[in-house]
Ligand binder design. Sequence first.
Ligand code: GLV
Ligand code: MN
Ligand code: MN
Length: 427
Amino acid sequence: MLDLNRKVLFDQSLERLKAQLYELAEFNETPEHGITRIVYTNRDLAAKHYVKEYMKEIGLEVSEDVMGNIFGKLPGSNSDLPPVWSGSHLDAPLNSGMFDGIVGVLGAIEALRLIKESGLKHERDLVAVIFVSEEPTRFGMGCLGSRAMTNQLSSEDLVKLKDKDGISLYEAMKRANYRPDKLEQVRIKQGEIGMFVELHIEQGPVLETNQKEIGIVNVIAAPTEVKLTIKGEQRHAGSTPMNLRKDPMPAAAEILLTLETWAKDSTKAHTVFTVGDLKVFPGASNVIPNEVVMTIDSRDADGENKEKFMALLNEVIQAVCAKRGVSYELEVKTHDQPAQADSLITNTIKKVCEELKMDHQVLASGAYHDSMIMSKIVPFGMIFIPSRDGISHDAREWTEFKQVASGVQVLTNTLYQLANEGVGSNE
Ligand code: GLV
Ligand code: MN
Ligand code: MN
C-alpha cells in the first residue's frame, strides 16, 4: 500500500490538480459560456502541448502517435510485462465543463508522479494516455483515438467522416500535422496492454444521492448514434392545404415521440433516448420545409435490448415516412456494444477503497468512455467521483477538488497494485 493517505501528500496533489484544472480550462473556444474544446483546433492542440510539457517536466517518457494520441510512460522494473494504462480525453463538447475527461488525464499523470516520487518498486510500466476526441462534437463519432487503436476506425472512415464545414477527418488530421495515411501505426494488438483504468466524473446523480465518495463501474451502457434525414416538399405554409403536404417536420416529431415512448417504457435500467440536434431546411416560419436532419442517440447496458431498439427504429421510420409521403436516409454512425468491467481490476479498486476507508458503491456508467472501446483489446476498470447535482455536458458541471484528489488517491493505489499484479507481493 502506497502511503498516500498522509495529509501532506493529499494536500499537495489537491493543489496541483486544482491549478492544472483551472489552467486547462483556459484553452477554451467559448469563454463565459462553459468550455468548448474541439478536436484538432488550435486550442485542442495547445491544451495537448501544455500537458505534454508537464509530462516531460515530471520525467515521463512522452510519445505521440500519428493521430495525436499521447503517451507518458513511467518505466517499471520489468518492461517485458504488458503495461498498465490509465487516462482519458482532453476535448470538451459545446459549452460544457472543466472536469469531463480532464480529471482522468490529470489524475493519471498525478498518480504516476506520486508513484515515481514514492520510490517504491513497481514491475509493469505505467502509461498515462490522452485519447484523441472522445466527444463526437466535430465528426459525429466519439472515441476516435481509441477506435483507431483498437481497429474500429478504418482509413475509409477518415475520408467519410466530415465536420459541419465539409472538412474530412483525414483533412483535419493533415492540417494538424498528423499522418492519416499511416493510420495502421496507431493500432495496438490484443495483449500489448495488460490493463486499463480510467478515472472519470460520474456525470450523473447516483454517488451524490447515496453520499458515496467513489463509484466502481461494472458496465458501460453503449451508444447507438444515428443521423436521420427526412425529405419532403417545400411549399407555401399558407396556401398548401393540410392534406396536400409532404412535410418532413411532423414525421420527425412522430418518430421522435414513438421512440421516446418506447425508451420510457423499457424495463431495462439503462435504456435512454435523445434527439440533441435537429435542423430544419430552409428554416423559415412561413415555409413548409423540404428537409429535416436530426441526430438520434440511444444507449443501453443490455445488448439484446439495443438490437430491439434498432429493429424498432427501422420499422418506425419506414412506417411513418410511408404514411406521410416523405422519404428518408438513415446513417448509423456507431452501434457499440456494452462493456463489462474486469473483475480483477474492480476488486482491486474495491480493496483500495476499503484500505483508504472511502465510501464506495458499484454502479453502471450511462455515459460512454474510451474504456468501452478499449475493452475490445484490454481488460478495464473505471473509478467514478461525484458530479454536483448530477450535471455534466453543461457549464455548471462541478466536482469539488477534494473529491478529485480522493479519486486520484484511489487511482494511484490501484495503479500501483496492478503494476505489481501477478508478479509477486505488492506490499
Ligand atoms: C460521452 O461524452 C458521452 O456522450 O457519453
Ligand atoms: Mn463527455
Ligand atoms: Mn468523458
